[in-house]
Design a protein around this ligand. Structure first.
Ligand SMILES: Nc1ncnc2c1ncn2[C@@H]1O[C@H](COP(=O)(O)OP(=O)(O)OP(=O)(O)O)[C@@H](O)[C@H]1O
Length: 205
């Protein structure tokens, strides 16, 4: 299992944001994307997850192998935590949610409706979704938002264990997770012409 990007360019609202993105990630490896707000990290992550096409270049190994966690937690408010996890597991043809509940210390909250959780608890449940997918490539956009220090350490442990099991991870984060990861600063890869106004991309709104 590997993820390879070759000379990839991505756009938002039809306007190029990044170009010339190339990297190879092998099983067990993680890549952290860095760059200022608006530089294109989310756009690149969505392309790797197969949620939007690239402008040019090639992504090999992504899409069907990816579990994506974006800014939204992806929880159904009127389902309990365990129902949410079982739902996601079923979507990916899996059944076991116990490891995910344990990893994020969600067992005491397993019968609570997701809509009644705090922001950090929702985020923990949203991240636990990744573990029930069985997918090897985790693509994560600012995963630690709303997490307290302890929850950040739970997340870092979950990523470490995923990598040790032969998984891969690509994440945009400004936090040092203490994970052995390569860093890609996208700043030099920003397209010359950036979206200032006018263009919009409704799928992102
Ligand atoms: N819905 C949209 N339609 C058009 N352009 C957008 C839309 N959303 C964001 N953009 C623009 O696309 C560019 C890249 O945004 P993107 O969200 O990928 O950056 P980012 O590096 O993830 O930013 P942040 O660190 O703030 O999350 C920015 O110039 C942004 O203003």
């Amino acid at each position: 299992m590997s993820l390879r990007l070759t000379d990839v360019a991505v756009a938002r609202g039809g306007v190029p944001v990044l170009s010339g993105v190339s990297f190879l990630l092998d099983a067990g490896a993680a890549l952290v994307l860095r760059g200022p707000n608006g530089s294109g990290k989310t756009t690149l992550l969505r392309s790797i997850a197969g949620l939007q096409p690239v402008l040019s270049g090639e992504i090999e190994g992504g899409a069907d192998a990816v579990a994506y966690a974006g800014h939204a937690d992806g929880l159904k408010a009127m389902l309990s935590v365990s129902e949410n996890l079982r739902f996601w597991a079923a979507v990916y043809g899996q059944t076991d949610i116990s490891a995910a509940l344990n990893a994020y210390e969600l067992t005491p909250l397993s019968d609570r409706l997701a809509g009644t959780l705090s922001a950090g608890q929702k985020r923990r449940a949203g991240l636990a979704r990744l573990m029930v997918t069985g997918r090897p490539i985790w693509v994560l956009d600012e995963p630690t938002v709303s997490l307290d220090t302890h929850a950040v350490s739970l997340f870092a442990a979950a990523v470490r264990s995923h990598l040790q099991g032969g998984g891969l991870a690509v994440l945009a984060t400004h936090i040092d997770l203490g994970i052995d990861a390569d860093v890609l600063d996208v700043t030099p890869l920003r397209a010359k012409v950036q979206a200032m106004h006018g263009a919009s991309d409704e799928a992102f709104l």
